[in-house]
Ligand binder design. Structure first.
Ligand code: ADP
Length: 403
């Protein structure tokens, strides 16, 4: 009678129904078999039995009781969490656990089943290994499919990326060509402008000489003003030419020994005659020898002084000084006006940068400080600015020659 019922357990597809029939044979409602999954080392429902059970913690404690004591009795929830059934479980071969629900057959009653349990547990364990192997193969198959899709996507992206890079290179090249053309244009335009200015200056000189001394007042005034404007224009064009040279790497320096004290005195004298509003005061002037191109270092001091005068219209003085510290001469020019906001100070030496607050009422290209910084850098020095609401101090340092 038992044999056909046990034979029903052979097929995992309807194993649970067959197990229930077997349970009825022993006067119970359900029969569950748990076997140890060798991979993860825990008890799991054997293949063909429900894999998720209501209130799993109850079941876990129950099977643990069987494993520990060889048998266990109590209530188990099935088929739902609210239906508690009288249950009994025993420890089987290979640490397996067999649980009867809805009845508590004695050990004697189930002895015939216990005798054939090793065969059943062996079968279930083999199935479990096969299932998990199959599951792993399925997983690997899925992973391969995913990897193939991913590889295809990466290939497409690689093509897109390559296209984008080619485009970017083209764009970069186009921009570089445009920048080069712009530099060339600036260079040519500046040179072209210089010639008429020189000629105009020459005509103005002739004109000046043609005016009889007694009629000099009005006409002479005009000539003076025209000359001043031409001077401004020349300075702007020179700045543009310098920028072109810097970009083309053609700013050539002829280094020689310079006396820094004389240098300051000379530039101050040159700039002082251009202003009637400000007095340039030399506060301190150290005698030091520096190595550089006189004309270019003069240009930097000139730029600092002219800016100090230009950007402090209400002030009356500008102070220049030179000091020696650690084999370095520091030249600084201080003015007394609104100063430069702290967050903008770091940009003033950039090309074409103009501080809105200080420059809105004055003409300029934002190139003087950029050129100055480049000149000082090529002389092995540094430039900087300290500025607050009381005014600004622009400075540069140069190494002392043979200190
Ligand atoms: P430009 O004077 O032609 O604008 P510069 O490169 O000489 O160009 O100066 C850059 C900017 O730095 C100026 O536009 C101005 O905003 C600011 N700046 C330079 N010197 C001073 C100064 N002494 N006081 C206040 N702002 C200054």
């Amino acid at each position: 009678m038992l044999s056909p019922l046990v034979a029903g357990l052979n097929n995992p597809a309807n194993r649970f129904q067959a197990a229930n029939k077997l349970a009825h044979f022993f006067g119970c409602l359900h029969l569950f078999v748990f076997i140890v999954d060798r991979e993860i080392g825990i008890l799991l429902p054997a293949p063909g039995f429900p894999q998720t059970l209501p209130n799993g913690k109850f079941w876990q404690d129950f099977t643990l009781g069987c494993s520990k004591n060889g048998h266990h009795q109590g209530l188990l929830p099935f088929p739902d969490a609210n239906t508690l059934q009288e249950s009994v479980g025993i420890l089987g071969p290979e640490q397996s656990v067999i649980v009867f629900l809805g009845g508590t057959p004695t050990h004697e009653q189930i002895r015939p089943l216990i005798e054939i349990l090793p065969i059943l547990i062996n079968l279930f364990t083999r199935e479990l290994v096969e299932f998990s192997t199959q599951a792993r193969i399925d997983l690997a198959d899925k992973a391969v499919t995913k990897a193939e899709k991913l590889a295809a996507t990466i290939d497409i992206m690689r093509v897109h990326l390559k296209d984008a890079l080619v485009e970017q290179k083209k764009d970069k090249k186009a921009i570089e060509e445009l920048m080069q053309k712009k530099d060339e244009f600036m260079n040519v335009a500046s040179h072209e402008l210089k010639t008429p200015i020189t000629i105009t200056k020459a005509y103005l000189q002739i004109l000046q000489k043609l005016i009889p001394p007694q009629e000099n007042t009005t006409a002479g005034d005009f000539i003076l003003k025209a000359n001043k404007q031409l001077g401004k224009l020349t300075a702007l064009i020179n700045d543009l030419l310098d920028v072109s040279k810097i970009h083309a790497g053609q700013m050539v320096y002829h280094f020689a020994e310079i006396d820094s004290k004389n240098l300051i005195e000379e530039v101050v004298a040159q700039v002082q005659v251009t202003t009637q509003t400000h007095q340039i005061i030399i506060a301190h002037n150290v005698p030091a020898k520096i190595n550089g191109e006189q004309h270019r270092v003069e240009q930097v001091i000139n730029n600092f002084l002219s800016n100090a005068i230009k950007y402090s219209p209400g002030a009356e003085k500008v102070i220049i000084r030179s000091d020696i510290n650690d084999n370095t001469v520091k030249f600084s020019v201080r003015d007394f006006c609104i100063g430069i906001p702290i967050d903008k100070q770091q940009y003033v030496f950039d090309r074409f940068y103009r501080v809105q607050e200080s420059s809105k009422n004055f003409s300029g290209l934002g190139l003087g400080l950029y050129i100055s910084a480049e000149i000082i850098r090529r002389h092995g020095g540094t430039v900087g600015v300290n500025s607050d609401a009381s005014g600004s101090e622009f400075y540069f340092t140069l190494p002392v020659l043979d200190a």
